[in-house]
Design a protein around this ligand. Sequence first.
Ligand SMILES: Cc1cc2nc3c(=O)[nH]c(=O)nc-3n(C[C@H](O)[C@H](O)[C@H](O)COP(=O)(O)O)c2cc1C
Length: 487
Amino acid sequence: MKPIADLRSYLEFLESKDMLRRVSVEASPILEIPEILRRIMYRGSGYAVLFEKVKGHEGFRIAGNIFCSLDVVRQALGVERLEVIGERLFEPLKGPPPLGIGGKLRSLGEVLSLGKYMPKAVGRAGFTANVLEGREASFNLIPAFKVWPKDGGRYLTYALVHVRDPVRGVMNMGVYRVMIAGDKEGVVHWQIHKRGMQAQQDSVEKGERRIPAALVIGSDPGTLLTGAMPVPYPIDKHLFAGVVRGEGLPVYRLPNGIHVPANAEIVLEGYIDLEDLREEGPYGDHFGYYDKPSRLFPTFRLERVWHREEPIYYGSVTGKPPLEDVVIGKFAERIFLPAIQTLLPEVVDIDLPPHGVFQGMAFVSIRKRYPGHGKKALLALMGLGQLSLTKIIVVVDHDINVHDVNQVIWAVSSHVDPQRDVLVVPHSHTDELDPATPTPMYGSKLGIDATRKLPEEYGGKQWPEEVAPDPETVRLVEGRWGEYGLD
Ligand SMILES: Cc1cc2nc3c(=O)[nH]c(=O)nc-3n(C[C@H](O)[C@H](O)[C@H](O)COP(=O)(O)O)c2cc1C
């Protein structure tokens, strides 16, 4: 299946699945549209919305809640299971190495197939239809949301922030909120643990004062999702977008040298001014609290606005879960499972519960093999990529379904002796948004080993035997069920 070409084709796809509604009356991006989008998601079965008439922004349309359902995202990406996306990278490396010449050629083919995910430079892009420079290039054109009443301003809430890595030259493309601070200035809220911030620190170390950048709005679903994915540094994020899409991403080179998705709706070209650091926020974030960072963030200076005809702006809204970001978090959970399993083969499955807000809580099942294995897994997970930002991790045995919170609660309740099985790591890093810690980015972690204990962990005794019904009685009851007149 060819990947969905762009945002507008994705909206058509959603409409064909009856997952898109159009609003033809005028609506405002300031508070009104975010309120509508939240209402829809809080009802339980959300859908996407295309606002065809945007107050104050003639000619622009707005799409929202485009990641309203994980199953629709899966269908749009043309895979039976989302894990297949992660397997594209890791499966060719698993299995015994081929010894014969035929097998070697076959496996070479598999490794070379990775080439089809590479970005492809193209000389044409729809957004070159309109280029605004000089006085005409202004953030005021963009129908950015004000998401919550006390937000510090209007925000680009789903811009793919592009900067090239100053050390290896790979492309960074992260979803970081951008607060509009003036006609030509935005404040980029890349958090300390993210690749954008790493690029900032490395650039400053190299003596750079500014780095070329682009803010990209609206693209195909695979590329948009990639922006919010914790792709390990230094894997190029355009390359990873190709892995998600199932085919390389066409990219267009802007005059400032930054390559951007050629299928973008809107591109804001400019640079990050590393010397102009500013206050950012408050912003009503994923936890449902106003986040007011105490540190300063760099300024994006706008030089050129590019957009397609009748451009479609896409913005996400945040607030208490479950909103669209929960689906994005679940997408990450599924596609990175194969990567986690490659590094930690004991991991069977993982669940990031929606109300745990990605970094709040994770349930992980493992195939336990030795005493202390539960804690070993906890320690490894607490140090692994962005999963390491998780505040509370519960590890259970492989037979516990981590997607059933009641099974996890049963395991915690019946397998945990707190003084033996609870691990508190004090004075550690934590998610920069975590409202619970007085010092931003610095807090503690809780690990709960809810696996059944081996004799070495259980005072030398055997773990109690679990109840199981007598098979003959089960057969008898099944056979006679109708006779009892119960249902
Ligand atoms: C709607 C939405 C808004 C986000 N806003 C921010 C943000 O303001 N700052 C940030 O550092 N991460 C934010 N994230 C999370 C990052 O996109 C995510 O951590 C991603 O991995 C960042 O890319 P990177 O790993 O290449 O740095 C947001 C995610 C979503 C879905």
